[in-house]
Design a protein around this ligand. Structure first.
Ligand code: PEP
Ligand code: MG
Length: 528
């Protein structure tokens, strides 16, 4: 390769890494056929057992977040619906390795071709399961990566991530991949730099690579000047990160002393376990789609989940969002298959169409409200009628609970501002308790650029004047009408977007816990 080669993708976990490129190769699978179908069946059973035991071993050495991901894999390995077709193919005369590969590939293809990011992201877990069993069948070992390597390939298996020692650096650069994948979540919480969506490379890449996962790019065969510039950016990032830690304990304020509230976004009650409540101003967004994982949760399960977070927060506010299923967050058994799910039956639209599911969540929220400072908001509101129907349901359910002598409390009810109709004409909502701007969706709808499509990522920018102008007008509307306005989209935790958001008039941001320190540090650097 002559001259530097640069590839651009999307940052899935910010940071910098410099190291040898290491190819993530598919499993070779040199399998020795057995004499009979019964032997093939036994071989596959044994290999599934080996893979499950390996997962169980890994689970013991990881934290709760990683264990949850591995549990999903174990559950899949134990699922007859997944393994059944492979055993049936063996009975029909196929060798175990081919039967397993074909059965899993068929399943994986279904995930990969989904137009929903959530399912595409789960394809990586399915490939991981496929390869672990194939390796157990063939006794193919994984090639060990050199210390500090930058893993490069289509995608990386969650187990590979968990088995890698990241203490001497290294990073991940993926041609495909997704910022919503399990590995991306793990990478963010462990501070491992990761870039996704680099696309096919024009040449075979080799040698030392510079991974800039702050901006989303990788450089191969860099020039001396590029190496120097990269190292400067890398040390500046490290210094900013270290420096940021010192901001964590203090309330956030700009350089001029303007106070800014910084809350956290969570998705699962266990997310609060690692957060010191004194470092944030409460929970600005608790997504509840996660609770609606494989099955629809009953009232008690939801009530306990909400209550746990409320008790953790004490008197600080906890804003729980009613289920925002659909779009990039499908829920089996709840969401519907649609041609264009981002513009379909998602969020409040789906909840209002499935009242038997919505009412359960409403009751759980009304009961949990007794245990803290709860606020509830509705996702994807487009017109006032949706808000009125949702609030009427809260009133009805509260009446029902009191008639049965069940303690409950009506929380303030607000809305997400993420559909352009609300941001453009907020006057219909002048009697609302609060607004929370969902910049992820607002940006994708204003720019007509999907939030999970790497090929239009350059258009999906919260800093485009059209998006910022809308945010500023919502902030001004809130101020004029004494309606609190916060922002809970990912932009709130992005140091590069924070100055523009404060400039637009926002003083209340909600960010993912891993970005809390950096967000506070970025706020302190703004002169507003
Ligand atoms: C948003 O759209 O900005 C938001 C916070 O909601 P979600 O990312 O869950 O759609
Ligand atoms: Mg949204």
């Amino acid at each position: 390769m002559s001259g530097p080669l640069k590839l651009t993708g999307i940052s899935a976990s910010a940071g910098y890494a410099e190291g040898p490129l290491f190819y993530l190769e598919p499993v070779a699978a040199r399998y020795a056929r057995k004499a009979t179908a019964a032997d093939e069946t036994a071989a596959l059973e044994a290999a599934i057992g080996v893979a499950a035991a390996r997962l169980a071993g890994l689970m013991e050495t990881t934290n709760e977040e990683a264990a949850g991901i591995l549990e999903f894999q174990v559950a899949m390995l134990e699922d007859d619906a997944l393994t059944g077709p492979a055993f049936a193919a063996i009975d029909a005369g196929q060798p175990a390795d081919m039967a397993w590969r074909q059965a899993l590939d068929a399943e994986i293809a279904g995930y990969e071709t989904s137009d929903q990011d959530y399912f595409r992201a789960r394809a990586a877990d399915m490939r991981d399961i496929r390869d672990q069993v194939l390796r157990a069948l063939t006794e193919d070992g994984e090639v060990v990566a050199p210390a500090g390597a930058i893993f490069y390939g289509e995608d990386i298996a969650p187990t590979r991530f968990l088995e890698t020692d990241w203490s001497s650096g290294g990073g991940i650069a993926l041609k495909a991949g997704s910022a919503a994948s399990h590995v991306a979540m793990l990478a963010r919480s462990r501070g491992v730099p990761m870039v996704v969506g680099l696309g096919a490379s024009p040449a075979h890449l080799a040698g030392i690579a510079l991974l800039d996962a702050e901006h989303g790019g990788i450089v191969l065969s860099p020039s001396k000047a590029e190496i120097e510039a990269f190292r400067r950016s890398s040390s500046s990032f490290a210094a900013r990160r270290d420096q940021a830690e010192t901001y964590l304990a203090r309330p956030a304020a700009t350089k001029a002393g303007t106070a800014v509230r910084v809350q956290v976004n969570i998705a699962d009650p266990s997310d609060v376990d690692g957060i010191d409540i004194s470092t944030c101003d409460g929970v600005g967004l608790m997504r509840t789609e996660f609770l609606f994982g494989k099955t629809l949760p009953d009232e008690e399960t939801q009530y306990l989940a909400y209550r746990k977070v409320l008790e953790w927060a004490g008197d600080k506010p906890v804003t729980i969002r009613t289920v925002d299923a659909g779009g990039d967050k499908p829920v089996p058994g709840f969401t519907v298959e649609e041609g264009n799910p981002f513009l379909g039956l998602r969020g409040i639209r789906l909840s209002l169409a499935r009242l038997e599911v919505f009412r359960v969540q409403i009751r759980a929220l009304l009961r949990a409200a007794m245990y803290g400072n709860l606020k509830v908001m509705f996702p994807m509101i487009a017109v006032m009628d949706e808000y009125q129907r949702a609030t009427a349901l809260f009133a009805e359910e509260q009446a029902g609970l009191s008639a049965r002598g069940v303690a409950s409390k009506m929380p303030p009810l607000g809305i997400m501002v993420e559909v352009p109709s609300v941001a453009i004409a907020p006057e219909a909502f002048s009697a609302i308790a609060f607004f929370s701007i969902g910049s992820n969706d607002l940006t994708q709808y204003v720019m007509a650029a999907a939030r999970d499509n790497a090929s239009v990522a350059h258009l999906n920018s919260v800093r485009h004047p059209a998006v910022l102008r809308l945010i500023a007008s919502v902030a001004a509307f809130g101020q004029a009408n004494k309606i609190p306005v916060s922002l809970c989209g990912d932009a709130g935790g992005d140091p590069a977007s924070i100055p523009a958001l404060l400039e637009a008039g926002l003083r209340d941001l909600s960010v993912v816990p891993a970005q809390l320190a950096m967000a506070k540090a970025a706020i302190a650097d703004v002169s507003v």
